[in-house]
Design a protein around this ligand. Structure first.
Ligand SMILES: *[C@@H]1O[C@H](CO)[C@@H](O)[C@H](O)[C@H]1NC(C)=O
Ligand SMILES: *[C@@H]1O[C@H](CO)[C@@H](O)[C@H](O)[C@H]1NC(C)=O
Ligand SMILES: *[C@@H]1O[C@H](CO)[C@@H](O)[C@H](O)[C@H]1NC(C)=O
Ligand SMILES: *[C@@H]1O[C@H](CO)[C@@H](O)[C@H](O)[C@H]1NC(C)=O
Ligand SMILES: *[C@@H]1O[C@H](CO)[C@@H](O)[C@H](O)[C@H]1NC(C)=O
Ligand SMILES: *[C@@H]1O[C@H](CO)[C@@H](O)[C@H](O)[C@H]1NC(C)=O
Length: 369
């Protein structure tokens, strides 16, 4: 009897569902199939975005645990976080008007499908990522209100803060930091320098430093992570390239190393800003303006709106979505700046050191016999 009763209930549920849809009042529901960054509740991030974007449409993002109560066919879209997709664990059935969304906030080269390429062909309908070339944009962060007084600057008696956890990167930032470190006062933190930083410590470091290194592990178009968004905590980010960040954070809120011809010029600028309060305060001019850097026009709201209108979408144009920004990375920014710097000698030194170590080991090895 219980079984029949349950069947009856679920049939009612399905009927109600279809009725709602035909009357056009159904709220689209999006299922988060995979976890993301170890989180099984990141559907809430999407939900929060939708609210922050003041979207006139409503959508509901749900975690996969809810799938047990419903059939996968009940969802209007399914989100797959690129790095967490398991081929063994893809949905067993699929409806033709359902959108499959590929989501990643990683730079090109660090996404699963770029290294494995094992998804079935024509699997995803749309992409969600930080680049505006995606169908839907998901920024790392957004502009908020803040106020800095001259007093706040007084506590900033240290120069540059660097919190680095990726030690060997595609952008080569570690080489540049090494050279800058010889010329400037840089506080080195992060697992790369054997000193991890807690949340409280981070706040304190930001309060006492004027600049923060915000060079990404990959120098790619629009790849701007939380590092550069630290400008909101009233510190001046040092990024690799102006061109790559220009549409994401205010143009006068950061220092870009590719604005300079060489390390000497960069060093002079930093020294000026350490001494000249007025000049330094210019980096916070964004606070007095009404910049609209918070909302890019293809965010989660666009996704939600499209789902409301999806019956009118042209299906054939939606098959086989891949991330569109794979070739938009720069390899030469650090190299150009370091031309003629002492880095080459340092590398030679390391090389010589390795050779000497090898000879020494060989010597020990031979001595044993
Ligand atoms: C789905 O089922 C779980 C338990 O399996 C329950 O905790 C949850 O509230 C249900 N969700 C909905 C929307 O019915
Ligand atoms: C910044 O200052 C303005 C005017 O003094 C004030 O209206 C606003 O609320 C302040 N914002 C924050 C985040 O403190
Ligand atoms: C910076 O200021 C703090 C107090 O705000 C003080 O403890 C520290 O010694 C100062 N450091 C330098 C290098 O002046
Ligand atoms: C680094 O900081 C110390 C102490 O604050 C200062 O004496 C020195 O001139 C600074 N060096 C550079 C290169 O700015
Ligand atoms: C750095 O660049 C500036 C401006 O182009 C130039 O005047 C200066 O000679 C350069 N310095 C070095 C050490 O190459
Ligand atoms: C999404 O892609 C699949 C596979 O290519 C396709 O069958 C489906 O119709 C597409 N969905 C939409 C809404 O166009």
């Amino acid at each position: 009897f219980m079984w029949i009763w349950q069947k009856f209930l679920s049939t009612c549920l399905v009927l109600r569902y279809s009725n709602g849809e035909s009357s056009g009042e159904q709220i689209p529901t999006i299922l988060a199939w995979t976890p993301a960054f170890g989180s099984h509740v990141y559907h809430t991030w999407f939900q929060d975005r939708l609210r922050d974007e003041k979207c006139p449409k409503q959508c509901k993002f749900v975690p996969r645990v809810h799938e047990r109560n419903h059939s996968i066919a009940d969802y209007d879209a399914v989100v797959f976080h690129s790095r967490d997709v398991e081929l063994r664990d893809l949905p067993k059935s699929r409806k033709s008007d359902q959108l499959y969304l590929l989501f990643s906030l990683e730079a090109p080269g660090n996404r699963a499908e770029e290294t494995h390429k094992w998804f079935p062909p024509f699997y995803f309908n749309r992409t969600v990522g930080y680049s505006s070339l995606n169908d839907y944009v998901y920024d790392y962060d957004r502009l908020v209100d803040a106020n800095l007084t001259k007093d706040a600057v007084k506590s900033k008696n240290h120069s540059i803060l660097a919190i680095i956890s990726g030690c060997r990167t595609a952008s080569g930032r570690e080489s540049l930091i090494k050279v800058l470190w010889a010329h400037l006062n840089i506080t080195l933190r992060g697992s790369c320098y054997g000193k991890s930083v807690s949340g409280d410590e981070l706040d304190n470091l930001i309060k006492t430093h004027r600049f923060v290194i915000a060079m990404e592990n990959s120098a790619c178009m629009e790849y701007v992570t939380e590092k550069a968004f630290r400008y909101k905590s009233l510190i001046v980010p040092i990024v690799l390239s102006r061109k790559l960040v220009k549409d994401i954070i205010p143009a006068d809120s950061f220092i870009a190393v590719d604005d300079f011809d060489n390390v000497t010029e960069f060093k002079d600028r930093i020294s000026t800003l350490e001494r000249n309060e007025d000049e330094y305060m210019k980096y916070f001019a964004w606070m007095k303006r009404e910049d609209d850097f918070g909302i890019r026009n293809k965010g989660v709201c666009k996704l939600c709106t499209d789902l409301h209108n999806r019956r009118s979408l042209i299906h054939s144009s939606l098959a086989n979505a891949v991330f569109p920004d794979a070739n938009l990375c720069e390899r030469r920014i650090v190299d150009r700046l370091l031309e003629g710097e002492t880095r080459v000698e340092w590398e030679q030194f390391v090389f010589k050191g390795e050779v000497l170590t090898l000879i020494f080991l060989l010597f020990l090895f031979i001595r044993r016999f």
